[in-house]
Design a protein around this ligand. Sequence first.
Ligand SMILES: Cc1ncc(COP(=O)(O)O)c(C=O)c1O
Length: 493
Amino acid sequence: MCITHGVMIYNTDMRADHINGTMFLYRQIAEKISGMITEGTYRPNERIPSIRSLSRQLRVSVNTVMEAYASLENIGLIEARPQSGYYVRYPSPEPKAMLSRKVAMAYVAPNDVILGDASLQIMRTLADPSLVPLGRGAPNTDLLPSDKLNRMLASQSKRFPGQSVSYGSFQGIRKLRVQIARRLLHSGCTVSADDIVITSGCVEAVNLALLATCRSGDTVALGSPIYYTFLNSVQWLGLKVLEIPSVPGEGMSLEVLSYAMKQTPIRACIVIPNFNNPLGTLMPEEKKRELVKLLSKQEIPLIEDDVYSDLAFGPVHPSSAKVHDEKGMVLSCSSFSKTLAPGYRIGWIVPGRFQQKVEQLKALFNIATASPTQLAVAEFLTNGGYDHHLRKIRRVYARQVNQMRDAVISNFPQGTRVSRPEGGFILWVELPEGIDALRVYEEGLKQGIGIAPGVLFTTGNRYQNCFRLNAAFWSDQIAQALETLGEISESMV
Ligand SMILES: Cc1ncc(COP(=O)(O)O)c(C=O)c1O
């Protein structure tokens, strides 16, 4: 370990940012500086060490420090001021979905989930294909390898005529599980094909995980704002939800979670650690480790939804929380819905010690995932150039996320904040206090534009001035729709 100027660089095995066990240096530096900001060592509006001085002090290259600072700028923690250096941003540019810890602790209590007709109606409109698609979290179909995949679907069905029309094993086709096990190495996980169960998408995987770990009446902790599909699941399974607020640059507050665990028996916890939906946050490596440790101490299962990790904009594939799992208590879920074909419904779960239960539940509800699409995806992963495809779509999504952020900043009222994700294609927008995002949504609908208002992402009265945007699409029509939404919001100031 090297300590200099209050910045500590550890050479410990942080695994997942780099498969061979060493974390990228720039990321270690970024995490340390970000930790010092969160702890208050560097306060808002204060100057942080210059690139040159930090590079000298840490004996690393100027480029490494530049990369670290660029990643902190990307998440809005610091800003470069011309001819003056780098400063901690003030006030925090992160949307206030991230509550102060004091406030958060005051109201953490389990809630029943009752999604009213209004919420269900909004969810239905999100799927309306006639609307400008800014609301739904779907990938851009033009960026999916539809032709190649559909050709493989046909050729594999022809090649395996019996298998493609038969019930498969409830664990899923082995060839596909082998490919997924290989890919999980990118997330730092060393699992075998036998540790994986194929599911009909990531949502089925999360539902199976909830069923395997919880009983009706139990409480589940979730990072807030909450991806609304999980609120639906929790409601229908008769569970209570404990909304844990999020911290800038960290995701779910572990301090609040640890406090809540002392107040309330928690049966399971759901986290979207990588490019969270809707906040876009990438949970730092240390925090993933801390989260797994905190929960496993009390034998609380962690259900991880890792559906966006293949869409990182930077060179580093983010790790799975499963990397830190020593007791089999992490149930890691994902799918190819954001990268290949949501309609193929191919996902998976690595259920750890809950594997037997998950397999039984899969057999009970679904018998097995459809065989033809499993065969096609297995073939694509083997011979279709998945990595090449990912490189292409990541570049497009990175560009569009920036374009959409710029459009929000220039069209919406002064004081509007927008997230700065380092992967995926989801943006979270916070309008100035007092502007009702539900009204913006309603006015937008009248003009044929869909957005996902913040009220969908909570069981309480939160995020009323927030909404989620989908940056998977970009066109003149989208740019125009953002101008219109900006005008609608301006008229409500
Ligand atoms: C966090 C998250 N999990 C799961 C899903 C859906 O995954 P699937 O289509 O594989 O069920 C989505 C889609 O929006 C998502 O954002």
